[in-house]
Design a protein around this ligand. Sequence first.
Ligand code: FES
Ligand SMILES: [Fe+2]
Length: 381
Amino acid sequence: MVTPTSLAGMNATLQEVAALPEHAAQSLPGRFYTDPDYFRYEVETYLSRDWHCLGRADEIPRPGDYFTSQLFGEPLLVVRGDDGAVRVLSNLCRHRGMPLAEKAGSTRRFVCAYHAWSYGRAGELVNAPRMRDKGVSAENCSLPAFRSEMWNGFIYANLDDDAAPLAPRLRQLETLLQRYGTGEMRIVRSFEEEWKTNWKCLVENFMEAYHLSVVHPETLHPYTPTGLSRKSMADDAFTSYCANYPDTAATRGEGAPGLTPEERRRSTLFCLFPTQLASQAATLLVSLSIQPLEVDRIRVRWTLSTYADELTQDELEQRIALWHEVNREDREKLEKMQLALTSRHAPSGPLAPRDYEGTIWDFYRYLARRTAATAPALAPA
Ligand code: FES
Ligand SMILES: [Fe+2]
């Protein structure tokens, strides 16, 4: 496959790659992961118009609890109101643009650190000192709210006011998760890191089982070896695979009462396109939210939640340490690969059989669907 040299050429290549039959699936050439113009194109055409997971609703259990986030340069304030609803507000003072909050906390009012305008927990302007005659009011100077939805305890936001709702797209994913009690799982810890990789590389890495026994010989191979992994459900909204535990692996907990023995002995990994990656097991739910920053830089926010009180604090700390180590192992590979992918020879190589890399083929078809509508508007190759 020839490396394309224009956006239109790249889009044509993406459509070609996505149209390959599953048994002949190929990866995308390196330029899709390294070209800053292509990254800007992705952000403008679909990334900034799709739903992104920001975190878990039980990170902010009480009215006034909040955490801050960011999507494509847009500062966000995720806050629980007095009515119990979670809102995703603009984290920017309506006076002259000072960020209103940092990190996470709990507050009755958001008071701007610059000139002390204050806002309530639903973003309504409460007070603007010395502005009585300036026509400033809650009607014209409250914090704008972004579209948001809750699903299974996850908080999602969309910067596009006209986007189609998320929940109707999740019916099949719901059937995959329905017995795990995903919505009731309780947050244990959250972390944020910056990785020097393209956002798609992490999606592909998290969603393929081919590397598990090679990159994670001590951390994952003993209980989720490549050879036992099986591709699972997929549709327009997501893809998934099951990482099955060998009979020799110790039990990893019972979890929700309705789980089948098979469900107790596997982790189901899913990607809710485009940027949420999660591993659902009986007693543990790990979810990574990717915030693409630049073509070769992402922020990763990950949360670790557990089912009821089955795992002891020691066991939870061991799982957290394991996930840190697994992420470190993946990150090292992805950061090296990112540098190499700028090569003029960065290949389009054959993907492994469907149980191991079929999820990447699904991801490419998502990418192709999201860019197909915009392709005719691009200059010809
Ligand atoms: S920028 Fe917030 S009060 Fe002036
Ligand atoms: Fe990995």
